[in-house]
Write a protein that binds this ligand. Structure first.
Ligand SMILES: [Zn+2]
Length: 64
């Protein structure tokens, strides 16, 4: 689980590929901790705080 890559730009957890399907960024990192699964980001307070509008798995913290 912790080996998945995360987009540094939008924090989307990427299960396969080397490009973020969300924002198209190629700046990925494996140094992250914890995640939230956002199924209805439009109804989620966390999602709006994080600026997320696409459903998916997002890392809570990126350490670099
Ligand atoms: Zn992204």
């Amino acid at each position: 689980m912790e080996r998945d890559k995360v987009c540094r730009n939008c924090r989307r957890v990427i299960e396969k590929g080397s490009e973020c399907p969300n924002c198209g960024s190629k700046a990925l990192t494996t140094f992250w901790r914890g995640y939230v699964l956002l199924l209805n980001p439009e109804k989620s307070e966390i999602a709006s705080k994080m600026g997320i509008s696409t459903p998916g798995k997002y890392a809570l913290r990126i350490s670099r």
